[in-house]
Design a protein around this ligand. Structure first.
Ligand SMILES: [Fe+2]
Length: 383
């Protein structure tokens, strides 16, 4: 077995309806002026945001609680700049990310930007390095999907230049993650399936990754099996709280894989899709997956067959059968199977190909010549 290292610097609190207790235990982190960063509306409507504010205020060392809720589904650089200015002005001490991946990614960008004089856009474009200082972050996910609560990345979009990319650094790891499946129970069907597919994508890409270890692969296999069973259950009954909890768990352990094994081509290729079409992360991934499996099969056949067999709960052999199993699963979740389904204009494929950024080398299929263009073309035609 090859030597490996696993890094999990975040304290994890996991369970159903544990959030209040968990917040008490994070009391040493929560002090002074708090900024809650959230995606807003449904959490406000359900009273969750008010309850969270009240619970935080119970801590005697809290001076103030401010809410920043101007966060888009694809969080924007312009929103980060605005929030960083606010955090500096209000002398924010701790950032609480409360929402889906966009809220947590934005929380990380603010935590970083608030502790430096460097501009966040310069850090985003790599003109300035990610420093060693950031405000402490507590991440409270309300969807089962991104795993951002345990990762060292903040995924941000420059909407003017149509570039979506990641700011990454160990300083962005949240101090604590409170993963409470109670918050996911009111998430509607489409978002449940989109975020659930993201869990599956993290599991599959980190399984194939050259940076995978026996530990992350064990977790990937577990998450693929969980997604395969629990998303099918949730597609029939959104009130299945056991399935919700299992998906929150799978999402969380895939957050560990994000920081320890990395994602692959579909994630790199989804970013331009999000920036060009403003479609969700999960929808974009789903529309790319059959095409990715098609090319990845050539380089990682045994792993691809194993992943699809675990997902389907039956042995799957051969490229066509793998693609068919993938397409069947995506269709069951009512997600787009092709870029055409996603509403992508074919004339944008060249611009999108040129907008792909980030490290591709961990994905074995990246050695295929012109792979980015090939996957986009295949994903557009796939039917
Ligand atoms: Fe993802």
């Amino acid at each position: 077995m090859k030597p490996y290292r696993v890094n999990i610097p975040t304290s994890i609190f996991f369970g159903r309806d544990i959030w209040k207790e968990a917040l008490k235990e994070t009391g040493a982190i929560l002090n002074g002026n708090i900024m809650i960063v959230t995606t807003g509306r449904s959490l406000i409507r359900l009273g969750y945001l008010e309850n969270l504010k009240d619970a935080i205020m119970e801590n005697p060392s809290i001076k103030s609680v401010l809410v920043f809720d101007q966060v888009s589904a694809n969080p924007k650089l312009s929103e980060a700049k605005e929030a960083i200015e606010l955090a500096k002005k209000e002398k924010t001490d701790v950032i609480v990310g409360f929402g889906g991946g966009s809220a947590m990614d934005m929380a990380k960008a603010i935590a970083l930007g608030a502790k430096t004089d460097d501009l966040i856009e310069d850090i985003f474009y790599g003109q300035k390095v990610v420093g060693r200082d950031a405000l402490p972050i507590i991440a409270i996910p309300t969807t089962a999907g991104t795993g951002s609560e345990l990762s060292r990345a903040a995924i941000i979009t420059d909407s003017e230049k149509r570039i979506k990319g990641g700011i990454r650094g160990d300083v962005l790891y949240p101090k604590a993650a409170v993963v409470d499946s109670l918050f996911t129970e009111s998430v509607p069907f489409d978002i449940t399936m989109q975020t659930g597919f993201d869990v599956l994508a993290h599991a599959m890409e980190s399984y194939i990754s050259r940076a995978a270890s026996p530990y992350t692969q064990m977790q990937s296999e577990y998450a693929i099996k969980t997604a395969g069973e629990m998303l099918v259950r949730l597609s029939k009954d959104l009130n299945d709280t056991e399935a919700r909890q299992n998906m929150s768990y799978a999402s969380m352990i895939m957050g560990i894989n994000l920081g320890n094994a990395s994602t692959g081509l579909p994630h790199r290729l989804q970013y331009p899709l999000g920036a060009f079409t403003d479609t969700s992360h999960g929808c974009g991934l789903a529309a790319l997956y059959c095409a990715w499996i098609d090319y990845e099969y050539k380089y990682s056949r045994d792993k691809v067959e194993k992943m699809l067999s675990i997902l389907a709960g039956d042995p799957i052999r051969g490229k066509s059968a793998c693609i068919d199993a993938m397409r069947k699963f995506i269709s069951l979740l009512k997600l787009p199977v092709t870029l055409k389904d996603l509403g992508v204009d074919r004339t944008h494929l060249t611009d999108m190909s040129e907008a792909v950024t980030g490290n591709l080398a961990n994905d074995p299929a990246a050695q295929e010549q012109d792979i980015i263009r090939k996957i986009y073309e295949r994903a557009w035609e796939e039917s």
